[in-house]
Ligand binder design. Structure first.
Ligand SMILES: [Zn+2]
Length: 249
């Protein structure tokens, strides 16, 4: 029935997709340019119904044209497609991973003290490699480092995170988000519970927001103030005006 389906025609239903492009940073449409099965064997298309296959796909960004390479694990539902009268086997995507460009771990800004930035970077590296239990533990450690650096002392980590509101003026909704990292970290350490990629990314977002408010905003204001002061002094003394400080892009 589906013995001679030409390479590349399978999965036409998802030959366009919406996703973020790692090259241009846009949320764009991407077009599938090629695909090939790499497991269990290279040549035979399609696989028997119910068989799980691993395929490599090449997608190009409709905006910048650059190519992303993905590895997908799919299951063919040929019988279901026949029942539905579809022209091609249905594919169920079980797992998906971007091979190229290599995913880069998220990083905090240089204004964030190294004691926080480095722990966060290690957690982000674990996240990048889909090691979500380690990432959960690591993000919890990054929050602990943040509490320590800001001098929030309390009998336990819950109290220390709450203290970021009083000692550092962190808004309560951000503090509540950081409490989530404590809970997930505890689950990862004590119960071995793994969270999903999206759940861990959400946690990282809370820490990025807290770090921005605690470190980046004050540093930026200090730079702007110094810049205004330097220009004022130069103006008063008749010297050439220095360039104004650049804000965040
Ligand atoms: Zn692009």
């Amino acid at each position: 029935m589906y013995q001679n389906v030409p390479l590349g025609s399978l999965g036409r239903a998802w030959a366009k997709r919406q996703s973020g492009c790692d090259y241009c940073g846009n949320g764009v449409a991407m077009t599938k340019r090629a695909q090939h099965r790499v497991d269990p064997d290279f040549d035979a298309w399609p696989s028997p119904a119910g068989e799980v296959s691993t395929i490599v796909e090449l997608w190009s960004c409709d905006y910048c044209g650059k190519v992303t390479v993905d590895l997908s694990t799919v299951r063919y539902r040929i019988e279901q497609a026949e029942k539905d009268g579809a022209e091609e086997p249905e594919l169920e995507e079980l797992e998906h991973q971007q091979l190229w460009p290599l995913a880069q771990p998220r990083e905090l800004a240089d204004d964030v003290p190294a004691c926080v930035r480095e722990v966060f970077h290690e957690a982000a590296t674990a996240e990048c490699h889909a090691l979500y239990r380690l990432a959960g533990v690591g993000y919890r450690s990054a929050v602990e480092a943040m509490c320590k650096e800001r001098g929030s002392t309390g009998g336990n980590i819950k109290a220390r995170i709450d203290g970021l509101n009083q000692v550092a003026g962190l808004p309560q909704n951000v503090v509540d988000g950081l409490q989530e990292t404590r809970i997930v970290g505890n689950d990862s350490v004590h119960d071995g519970l793994a969270y999903s990629a999206e759940e861990i990314a959400d946690l990282a977002g809370y820490i990025e927001e807290a770090a921005y408010l605690l470190y980046v905003v004050p540093a930026e204001r200090a730079r702007m103030s110094a810049s205004r002061s330097a220009r004022r002094s130069a103006s008063q003394s008749g010297a050439a005006l220095p360039a104004p400080a650049a804000g965040r892009p």
